[in-house]
Write a protein that binds this ligand. Structure first.
Ligand code: GTP
Ligand code: MG
Length: 178
């Protein structure tokens, strides 16, 4: 490739929403029904080519731990990031409310730091809900309407490999915007 770029991505969201499972699916093409909760944070890097191989993108991904005891660490990971996935579980309204909390925190951070961090809302485990969406789809729509800072909303399943190609295509397409 003639060009290469680094792109930093951070995954945020409550414990057990499936952040690590999304990365495992994208990285290895596999899925675990019994996945260990992340401790601290995990780093994953992934190379993808774009523009017909003209450009190589080095995705540097921080997979944060959703457990409450690690929450004071997460701001360390979204500093210097280009994009954040705020992940929730489509069967859990509590995990969606936690996502709202993270998004507000990220918006405050962006305003205070003049940051161009791009926010993407990701609803995982869509294999467990009806095709129309989850039970609180109206609340999600409303939240998106009043938060134009969220650039996109994706419904995915790490288990069934739904929506992840589109999600990562969106990531790679965003690289040139930086
Ligand atoms: P923390 O590391 O604690 O923050 O959790 P996490 O967000 O990384 O969640 P993890 O990937 O460990 O997944 C939690 C559980 O949800 C595991 O038992 C997974 O098998 C399950 N899971 C993850 N993605 C999906 C999915 O798309 N569909 C279904 N049905 N289950 C999923
Ligand atoms: Mg994890």
């Amino acid at each position: 490739p003639r060009l290469s770029a680094d792109f930093k991505l951070v995954l945020l969201g409550e414990s057990s929403v499936g952040k690590s499972s999304i990365l495992q699916r994208v990285q290895n093409g596999t899925f675990d029904d019994t996945k260990a909760s992340t401790v601290g944070a995990a780093f994953v890097s992934k190379k993808v080519s774009k523009d017909n191989g003209d450009k190589m993108v080095n995705l540097q991904i921080w997979d944060t731990a959703g457990q409450e005891r690690f929450h004071n660490l997460t701001p360390l990971y979204y500093r210097n990031s280009n994009m954040a996935f705020i992940v929730f579980d489509m069967t859990s309204i509590d995990s969606f409310r936690k996502a709202e909390y993270w998004i507000r925190d990220l918006e405050t951070y962006k305003n205070d730091n003049n940051s161009s961090l791009k926010l993407v809302l990701v609803g995982n485990k869509c294999d467990l809900v009806k095709s129309e969406g989850c039970a609180f789809e109206d609340e999600i729509r409303q939240f998106l309407n009043v938060n134009p800072e969220i650039s996109k909303y994706f419904k995915v399943s790490a288990k069934e490999n739904v929506g992840l190609a589109e999600l990562f295509e969106y990531v790679v397409d965003s690289v040139d915007d930086e």
